[in-house]
Design a protein around this ligand. Structure first.
Ligand code: KG4
Ligand code: ZN
Length: 343
């Protein structure tokens, strides 16, 4: 029987109905981009209020589209970690409410593991064991993934996430939110070698962590110098924006590809799975493919529509269902960033 999956970790309200064989019977994603764009980033309070308005219509809609009634479901799954506390709470409360009303069991989804599982879904076959790389708005992390539910953190960003850096640099360059797609577009006509931005820790072979905060500051000093500039008053030519965007993007890509390859080397694994919003980046996808080819690594990158947040990747809950790993209605949200030593 199918399961219902719910995803409200950040600023997408999403639900999906997934069949026993991982087939997608229905998927709905209500984006909040237009609510946050004027702020250049996600405003947590606005996100949780918008989730409140959207969660029930989104669930209704996905059940309608999939032609599945609540009675036909086997379980309700919900992402309860990591993410924004207020956003996570809305999804969890909705899932618990459905479980109380129907008697269905509750399954917890780890959002980061789900991003990697998007690769499993797209591959249509087992992809484990593998190195899993999650590059999103909140995380840039490398995991040794022995199985779909067996993740060991190898390295993570020590400050900004890759997507966060994309969003902040886009805002400095006057490009619209979300910054990743805007920078990618602007970079198309730019020269990636125009500016030599730092690649933090890339040459440190004993480190699998990332740092993007210095890169962000380097872009800022290049366009405005120190002090507290008003970015809105900066006049940057389209050519300069393109060169800055391309050079910044290249620096992020070099770090992500470099550390992913190092993680493969260190673990001795030969499969790499990449998910998360930044995995939608065309330059990153091309660079990963080239690096994987060179080393005979089997590469799985989540398909574009499964990179950014969605509930389909919550199909990882089927693995828990099969393992009999259900949650009590006391399940809590575990917000916050995952750093080394935590999971
Ligand atoms: O995985 P996601 O939807 O949400 C989180 O779990 O954080 O990732 C959102 C992030 C944003 O920072 C967005 O700018 C970035 O993914 N992103 C991209 C691209 N599309 C989305 N970054 C680079 N290139 C893209 N094409
Ligand atoms: Zn995400």
């Amino acid at each position: 029987m199918p399961i219902l999956t719910i995803e409200t970790t950040c600023d997408e309200t999403a639900a999906a109905v997934i069949g026993e064989q991982r087939e997608v019977l229905g998927s709905v994603v209500a984006s909040q981009d237009e609510l946050h764009s004027i702020y250049g980033g996600v405003v947590p309070e606005i996100a949780s209020r918008a989730h409140m308005e959207r969660i029930l219509p989104v669930i209704d809609e996905v059940l309608r589209r999939s032609g599945v009634a609540l009675d036909d479901l086997d379980a309700v799954a919900v992402a309860n970690t990591p993410g924004l506390a207020g956003s996570l709470l809305v999804g969890l409360a909705a899932a618990k409410g459905l479980c109380v009303a129907t008697g269905l069991p509750l399954i917890a989804v780890n959002h980061l593991q789900a991003h990697v599982y998007a690769c499993r879904l797209a591959a249509g076959r087992d992809v484990f064991p593998c190195v899993g790389m999650i590059v999103s708005g909140g995380h840039s992390s490398l995991y040794r993934c022995q199985g779909p539910l067996d993740f060991e953190l190898l390295g993570a960003t020590i400050d900004d996430a890759a997507g966060e850096a994309f969003d902040k640099v886009a805002s400095m360059l006057g490009l619209p939110y979300p910054g990743g797609p805007s920078i990618q577009r602007a970079a198309e006509g730019g020269d990636p070698k125009a500016y030599r931005f730092p690649r933090a820790m890339l040459d440190k072979r004993d480190v699998l962590d990332f740092s993007f905060s210095g890169l962000k500051t380097a872009v800022r000093y290049t366009i405005a110098g120190p002090g507290k500039p008003d970015f809105e008053c900066l006049e940057l030519s389209a050519d300069r924006v393109a060169d800055l965007a391309a050079s910044f993007q290249e620096a992020v890509v070099d770090c992500l590809v470099g550390k992913a390859m190092l993680a493969l080397e260190k673990t001795g694994l030969d499969t790499l799975c990449v998910g998360g919003g930044v995995a939608a980046n065309a330059r990153l996808r091309a660079a990963l493919e080239a690096a994987a080819d060179e080393r005979s690594v089997t590469l799985h990158i989540a398909p574009l529509k499964l990179c950014t947040d969605n509930a389909v990747m919550g199909a990882i809950a089927l693995e828990r269902l099969r393992a009999g790993r259900f949650e009590s209605l006391d399940l809590e949200v575990l917000p916050g960033l995952v750093r080394k030593g935590e999971v």
